[in-house]
Structures are given as structure tokens and as C-alpha cells.
Design a protein around this ligand. Structure first.
Ligand code: FE2
Length: 387
């Protein structure tokens, strides 16, 4: 492994974030600090019934701030839900958005923010750096340990007409503040913990081998990988273990900072295609795809993958074919150990739609930073192998 560092110019963007127990309780104070008068709270129906939501409401009521609650958000958030949210935000004259939830809720909140100040349809903001005006202040409180939309320059929305998930990538969608509290993870079940943890692992892997990696993102990627392999099983076996939950929340934050700045790769371009076409869970798709994409990429970035292997103490004294087998085998064993044993076939994918999926995935901007630039046929082949 060469010890040369990446010296091409690289920037690093991150919001203000507060990490730690009870940081969620600072929501009302931050609404006041950021000039909020009427708060537009974005949640989903599940979170709306939670104690975490009650606490946010109580905090706002104590400060006397007005608020309006919007909860029409699905997993893989839909374009029409964003537009519905914009109308509700405008009708209620809200001037600050507070997202409490997982990636879907936070992405929907970002979409609402973008459209409420830029006034076009959400579809018109697809792509990299196409947003002209800043959105209203946005505070995010993530309730899962994986998506990291609370610190990222990404928002992923489902185009329900064309049935694909599109990426909005811009500094304009970085929240103003993220309140990252590991306590909220204690209410996640084992399967959701595994899926979101594997999403974070995919972020860290893809950022580390990305063509846009940097010395800063490398630090975060490798530490995230170490933390996830060491602590995700503990979170599942002991859901109330706050130390383990804290380490996974920290890993999610690190992986988020890494991918927000180094971008992603083919795991995500394919997962976006699967999520949009078949409405499949994002984290589970990533978990299934990651070993197959590592297999596809390995020879294009062997040093980077060896560095990952050294970080988690895997043996590295063999030829490239053996190394690749060791790493992909380790990934498969790990995802199985946390309860993700499915294949894409189990999720309803059949050979007759893999071409459609690949045609959609090849348009995704995440391919641009994959260490091996794919053509459509490559993405089809990866999907077929994951069946
Ligand atoms: Fe992801």
C-alpha cells in the first residue's frame, strides 16, 4: 500500500452538528436561535406517535413558538409528497423547517425547503448544483443510524411518474444544524438497525474508494468502517446499549461526512434505481449489493480495498483474486450475521427487469465517482449476480 496522499484540491462541507445524549432536546432553542417564528415539523406517521416527537412538541410549546406538523412522508419519499409539503408550509406561513426522522423524512424536508424558496417543481432540481436560492433554515434530528441526510449535500426523491429515485446534490441542501442523539436509536428494531447500519457501511466503503476521496474523507470513512463492524451486532443483540448505539450513531455521522464530500458509487446508483422502480428499502438494497460491487470494483482500486482490510484486521498477504474473495466473503458473512440474508430475487427482482433497472441506474450521478466507471451492461451484470 502506497503512503501517498491525495493532493488534488478538495473541499469539505459540513453543517453545525451537536452529537450526544439529549442533543435532541435542544431543538426548540435552535429554532429560536435561527429566527424561527412558525416551525414546519416534518415527520412520518411512525415517528409522529413516538416519545421523540412529543418531546419536540413540548419544547416548542414551552418557548411559545407556533408550529405545523406535516407527516405525509413515505419511505423512498415521493415527489408529490414534497409538493404537498410545500403547499402546507406556505399556507401556514412557516419560516423554519424541523425534520425529525430517518433519511426519507429528512430528504422530503430538504425537498420542501428547496421548492419553497425556488418555486419550481421538485423535478427541476435534479442533478448537481442546480439550486439557485438557499432554502429556509433547516434543523435535522435523525432517528436512524445510517442515512446521514442530516449532514449531507444529498437529497434523494422518488420520481413517481418515471419510477426512479433522483439525486439532488448541492451545498444548498446541507442543513443548518443537526442534533445527533444516540438515545433515539434505542427504539429501532433489529432489522431497521441492520439495514441502516449497512447503509452507513456502504457510504463509508463507497466514499473511501471514490475518485473524489480526500485526506479528510479517508479519516472519516475508515473510522466509520471500524466502528460499524465492531458495534452493529451489539446494537442488535442489546438494543438498549447506549454505548453501542452511540458508536453506530458516530459511525453514521462519520460515513455521512465522508460521502457527502467524496460522493458514492455503483452500490448507490443501483439502490436508487431499485428503490424507485420497486420501492425497495434503501439499506437492504445496499447490503445486498455491496459485496457484488466490491467484487466488480476491486481490481480498479486494490490498494484502497487492502487499506480497508488492514483497518479491520483481515489478512492481506495473498494475490488480488484471494484478497477480493476474502473481503467479499467477510462482507457477506457480516450482513448475514446481522440478519440480512435476502437476495434481490427475494425482493421481487427478476431477470426480465434487470435491463430496465440498469438503464435507470446508469444515469445516476453516483457512477461518476465509482473507481471503475460502469457502462449499462456492467450494472445489469451486477444486478443479475445479486439475484
Ligand atoms: Fe445510502
Amino acid at each position: 500500500m502506497s503512503d501517498r496522499i491525495q493532493l488534488n484540491p478538495r473541499k469539505f462541507v459540513a453543517p453545525e452538528y451537536i452529537f450526544g445524549v439529549d442533543s435532541r432536546l435542544m431543538a426548540a432553542a435552535y429554532c429560536q436561535k435561527l429566527g424561527g417564528r412558525n416551525i414546519f415539523i416534518v415527520v412520518d406517521e411512525f415517528i409522529k406517535k413516538s416519545i421523540w416527537f412529543k418531546e419536540v412538541e413540548n419544547g416548542l410549546q414551552k418557548t411559545g413558538l407556533e408550529y405545523h406538523v406535516f407527516s405525509s412522508v413515505s419511505p423512498n419519499p415521493r415527489d408529490f409528497e414534497v409538493m404537498e409539503g410545500v403547499n402546507a408550509c406556505k399556507e401556514n406561513k412557516c419560516n423554519l423547517i424541523l425534520a425529525l426522522g430517518g433519511g426519507s423524512v429528512m430528504d422530503c424536508a430538504k425537498g420542501i425547503g428547496i421548492v419553497s424558496t425556488n418555486h419550481g417543481h421538485i423535478h427541476s432540481y435534479e442533478g448537481v448544483d442546480v439550486i439557485r436560492r438557499p432554502m429556509p433554515p433547516l434543523i435535522c434530528i435523525p432517528t436512524t443510524g445510517g442515512t446521514s441526510a442530516d449532514v449531507s449535500q444529498f437529497a434523494i426523491i422518488n420520481n413517481t411518474t418515471e419510477k426512479y429515485k433522483f439525486a439532488i446534490i448541492s451545498k444548498a441542501v446541507v442543513p443548518d444544524v443537526a442534533l445527533i442523539d444516540p438515545v433515539v436509536l434505542t427504539s429501532m428494531d433489529g432489522f431497521l438497525t441492520a439495514c441502516t447500519g449497512l447503509d452507513a457501511l456502504s457510504h463509508a466503503f463507497e466514499a473511501f474508494v471514490s475518485n473524489a476521496n480526500s485526506a479528510f474523507t479517508d479519516l472519516y470513512s475508515l473510522e466509520a468502517i471500524k466502528l460499524i463492524f465492531s458495534n452493529l451486532p451489539d446494537c442488535i443483540n442489546n438494543p438498549g446499549d447506549l454505548q453501542a448505539r452511540g458508536k453506530i450513531m458516530l459511525a453514521s455521522l462519520y460515513a455521512g461526512l465522508a460521502f457527502s464530500n467524496a460522493s458514492l458509487g455503483c452500490v448507490h446508483s443501483l439502490a436508487h434505481s431499485l428503490g424507485g422502480y420497486l420501492d425497495l428499502p434503501h439499506g437492504e438494497c445496499n447490503a445486498i449489493l455491496l459485496p457484488h460491487v466490491v467484487d466488480y470494483n476491486f481490481n480498479s482500486a486494490p490498494d484502497r480495498y487492502v487499506k480497508i482490510m488492514q483497518t479491520v484486521n483481515l489478512p492481506v498477504n495473498s494475490n488480488t483474486t484471494e484478497l477480493k474473495k476474502t473481503l467479499t466473503g467477510y462482507l457477506i458473512g457480516f450482513k448475514n450475521s446481522v440478519g440480512i440474508n435476502t437476495t434481490l430475487k427475494d425482493k421481487g427482482v427478476t431477470t426480465d427487469i434487470t435491463t430496465i433497472l440498469a438503464k435507470r441506474a446508469i444515469k445516476d450521478p453516483c457512477n461518476a465517482t465509482n473507481p471503475r466507471i460502469p457502462v449499462m451492461e456492467d450494472l445489469r451484470a451486477i444486478t443479475n449476480e445479486a439475484l
